[in-house]
Design a protein around this ligand. Structure first.
Ligand code: SF4
Length: 617
């Protein structure tokens, strides 16, 4: 039987990549809605090709659909060509699987991966035919929820979301659905359901909390206004990753997406403690997946998808204890006559990692990527990057000896305590790497090395040791970039730079409070959507939004906070304590390096989860 489609052939033929809207991928889930109790619309608020490449979405889709009583369907942001048609013809947003309107669902759940997708969240709710502010939505509208790394500071989007789920879905999300099923069968209001949710760990319902502000704009008080609302919301994480559910038949899109490959998740969390890195702090402690399970999953996933690439992902893959065994196995099993490529992002610059890379890229030595983040040793110590100049140079030299000639280097401008000598050191480090190449004997040097230096701008994030620090202003960012641009030797190094406007906005939203929701709303009303896309991003939409709401963005981005100040996200408990983060901030200012969790425990607080690397001798 042909699938019923929401869009007519005329519309589908008039938009770019109509396959984005069909929902007919390989391994797509289909269920009879008469046989299920809960309809969940899972939204990645960006275009199809980005959302479909996100492993978190795939895990959630699989996890929710494993429940017999639940049908989880996908929703993405329609590209602007379709959005125009939908608005002209009053077509409401629909799910891909059943092609039903989102309004017919019980839940609309967002996975929020980056701040610049906030206006797309509002746009999705609006295109679904609902009011964007939670308080204005009706009893018949789906319950709107959100999770993902950005929701560790949920406040900037708190006014649009009915409840947040803080942590990993494979834990108490099931309890939420069980509770909803009972609630739906017994009847009751949305408000009654939200009150019941207050008993579940990891759930934050913004309407049951009040915020008051001091005259200077800082938070005066943040407290529950309902007796059942918890003072602290504890993040929920899976301690046994080996036995956690993982999709064995992930969706295979029929059009090219950003990453068309099988993904193996080595571990969650990170042992390294880089002070700028939010993921490294909020996903603590480090929890590994057993190597034998990964081998089994690789075989199953290749068989069920037909992909020709396996990617091993984690925050720092060199730290995976079974890395050598796993890569050897994958190369033997899939590499030779089966022609399956392996990709290994997030490796450190050391001999062990380069040996592994050599095996992985034996035939096709594409490029090798290092992320020193800062040019000088002084600044690398401030951010606790844990690599020395010597590591970088000897790593580059080994890479050149191993046959790589293209080296990509990533740095950040505007890191705390940065001065112009640190910036100049980026240019020097790039040049020193070029010189490492020319130290090789002539007969080994096959072609000119390609060294690419890329810089981004530092954005201080919640739950990092730099959550108190002032971000550079737009003007300072651009001055620093111009300075570096002049210092880099363009004859031997290619320099990729950017505009700092989105970094500045990220800086506001990453540490914003509830007042920022008005700004997001105004920016969206002014026409902002797809802000992560340079072709759509219009800074004026945001400048006007700040002005209309009389909000100074610099108050959020470029202000140093005191330890005593109540931060908008203080009520979320990630396990890592505020005291630890502040200790790390003070050590950063002194340039004191802290040990990684493999060598020694710095007492961050994540031990409270009772497992992970913290419990390994
Ligand atoms: S408790 Fe110790 S070992 Fe565990 S994540 Fe924190 S610092 Fe690392």
């Amino acid at each position: 039987m042909d699938k019923k489609l929401k869009l007519t052939d005329d519309i589908l033929l008039s938009v770019e990549k109509p396959a984005r809207y069909l929902g007919n991928e390989i391994n797509v889930v289909g269920k009879d809605i008469n046989d299920i109790d809960i309809r969940f619309a899972l939204c990645f608020p960006d275009v199809y090709e980005i959302g479909m490449s996100h492993v978190g979405l795939s895990i959630l889709y699989d996890f929710l659909n494993k429940r017999e009583d639940t049908f989880c369907e996908r929703v993405f942001s329609p590209w602007d060509d379709l959005e125009k048609i939908m608005r002209e013809k009053n077509i409401e947003l629909f799910s891909l699987e059943s092609q039903d309107d989102i309004k017919a669902f019980d839940f609309l759940g967002f996975t929020v991966q980056y701040e610049m997708s906030y206006t797309n969240i509002l746009n999705t709710i609006d295109l679904s035919g609902m009011a964007v502010y939670s308080k204005d939505r009706s009893e018949d509208d789906p319950i709107v929820c959100a999770g993902g790394p950005c929701t560790y500071n949920p406040e900037p989007i708190a006014d649009f979301i009915d409840f947040f789920y803080i942590g990993e879905a494979e834990t108490t999300l099931s309890e939420i659905l069980d509770l909803y099923k009972i609630h739906k069968n017994n009847g009751g209001t949305k408000e009654e359901f939200l009150i019941k949710l207050l008993d579940i760990e990891g759930v934050y319902v913004p309407k049951f909390y009040d915020v008051t502000y001091k005259e200077n704009g800082e938070i005066k008080d943040f407290k529950p206004n309902h007796k059942n609302a918890k003072a602290k919301i504890k993040k929920q994480i899976v301690m046994d990753l080996t036995n956690a559910p993982y999709p064995s038949k992930p969706l295979v899109p029929l059009i090219q997406t950003v990453h068309d490959r099988v993904v193996l998740e080595l571990f969650r969390g990170c042992a390294r403690g880089c002070r700028f890195c939010q993921a490294g702090m909020i996903y603590r402690p480090l929890r590994e997946k057993d190597v034998n399970v990964l081998k089994k999953q690789a075989t199953e996933l290749i068989k069920n998808t037909g992909h020709d690439e396996i990617s091993l992902i984690s925050l720092s893959s060199s730290d995976y204890t079974g890395l050598e065994e796993l890569t050897n196995y994958l190369i033997d099993e899939f590499g030779n006559d089966k022609h399956v490529n392996l990709s290994l992002p997030s490796l450190r610059i050391d001999k062990f990692s380069l040996d592994i890379m050599s095996k992985v890229q034996e035939l096709r030595k594409s490029s090798i990527t290092f992320a020193p983040e800062a040019g000088s040793q002084r600044l690398r110590d401030v951010i606790n990057k844990g690599i020395t100049e010597e590591d970088i140079l000897s790593g580059s030299s080994q890479a050149f000896k191993g046959g790589w000639t293209r080296v990509k280097l990533y740095f950040m401008l505007g890191l705390p305590t940065e001065n112009y000598e640190d910036i100049e050191a980026i240019a020097k480090l790039g040049q020193d790497i070029v010189e490492e190449y020319y130290k090789l004997p002539k007969e080994v040097r096959k072609r000119k090395p390609q060294i690419v230096v890329s810089t981004s701008f530092f954005v201080p994030k919640a739950f990092t040791p730099f959550q108190w620090t002032a971000q550079d202003t737009y003007e300072t960012f651009m001055e620093k970039q111009t300075f570096l641009n002049k210092k880099i030797n363009k004859k031997s190094i290619k320099y990729n730079c950017h505009d700092a406007k989105t970094s500045m906005l990220e800086g506001v939203m990453a540490r914003g409070d509830r007042k920022i929701s008005k700004v997001i709303y105004s920016a969206w009303k002014n026409g902002a959507t797809f802000d992560a896309w340079s072709e759509f991003f219009r800074f004026e939409n945001w400048e006007n939004a700040f002005e209309e709401n009389d909000i100074d963005p610099l108050f959020y981005s470029s202000r140093e906070r005191d330890f005593e100040e109540i931060l908008p996200w203080d009520f979320i408990d990630t396990g890592v304590t505020k005291e630890f983060l502040y200790r790390e901030y003070l050590r950063a200012k002194e340039g004191i390096v802290s040990e990684n969790c493999i060598d020694s425990c710095m007492n961050c607080g994540a031990k409270s989860f009772g497992g992970g690397i913290c419990y390994v001798d």
